[in-house]
Design a protein around this ligand. Sequence first.
Ligand code: SIN
Ligand code: CO
Length: 389
Amino acid sequence: MSQSIDILGGISAEQFLAEYWQKKPLLVRNALPEIAGLLEPDDVMELALEEHISARLIKQKDKDPDQWTVKSSPLIKGDFQKMPKLWTLLVQAVDHYSFDLAELWKKFSFIPQWRRDDIMVSYAPKGGSVGKHFDFYDVFLVQGYGRRRWQLGQMCDAETEFVAGQPLRLLPDMDVNFDEVLAPGDLLYVPPGLSHYGVAEDECLTFSFGFRMPNITEMMDRVSDKFSDDQLLKNPLADIIRDQQSPIGQISQNELEYLKAKLFEQLQNSTMLEDAIMSLMSEPKYPENIPEAEEIGAGDLEEALEQGYQLMLEPASRLLYTDQDDALLFWANGEGICISEQFAPHLKQLADGQPIALDEALFDQEILEDIAQLLNDSVLMLLPAEADE
Ligand code: SIN
Ligand code: CO
């Protein structure tokens, strides 16, 4: 029997993926009680003022709440002076600043890591919102503090029109068919395209666990970057066999097909396409959040073995792998990485989100060198065992 998942209200991952994911909303009361109190409004305010943080302060004019302004980071204390009655502070990637929050991604392990975007937090006083809108991605909205009323409406798409002249992509109306107040720990899954409107019932924090997908433009860009680095491909192609003449101003259908075929051939018969996609998908969204590591060597690690350290993924980094014909290939933070065959199964475990103990099982010069390299690149991090409690 399929396992029931608490944060999905007891339904199985299979049922959620078949019936709700990308299709319809799901409300689960008290799905993630452990999120309550992880951050307080003051923590969010402090984070918003940090140097590298990505944040937006959205305000509605007191005289006309339909007039909006948005100030993007860097935010300074002065931005919070003379505040209107209605405002919202959005802070991105709070999972890179709180281990406890980053740990909560584990509850969503029915969706692979490469789809994860970040956890955004919104802070608003009573009445605050970001307006009626839709997003192009999947999001689990989890109430962390205070209460927020969520209304859901019609499905939207790329053709949907927005309110003119505003700095946010706001919808003029919503056909409300869902209206619920969420309390701390409650979760609402909102699929891409579904219009939603969340208004703070009192001072509140809402966490958005967002899931990203690449778009074709990004993938094409990355593919073309990879191919343009290959010197051999800079040589002109051989000419098509010329057995008939055509008007000199024309590229014949034959010639066009030949040129296209040469392009497709390259795309199909090379590992560069996979490399391009995997590099893109392993790219961190906020590279500036990846901490600078203290240089460590394999010798230091040897000394640290059996001292109770754990190896885990640095929360702001991304580590992904493919498993083709029993060969594990890894990409981290936008690049392919080369590691020893012995370390591959351990690194796979780390990429799957499971910390591993730094103990005798890793006592091998090549493994220790791989680990040191990944620690120095801040793909992995070392945690004393007690920090995990
Ligand atoms: C919010 O938390 O107010 C906005 C989140 C969203 O609408 O995606
Ligand atoms: Co939204």
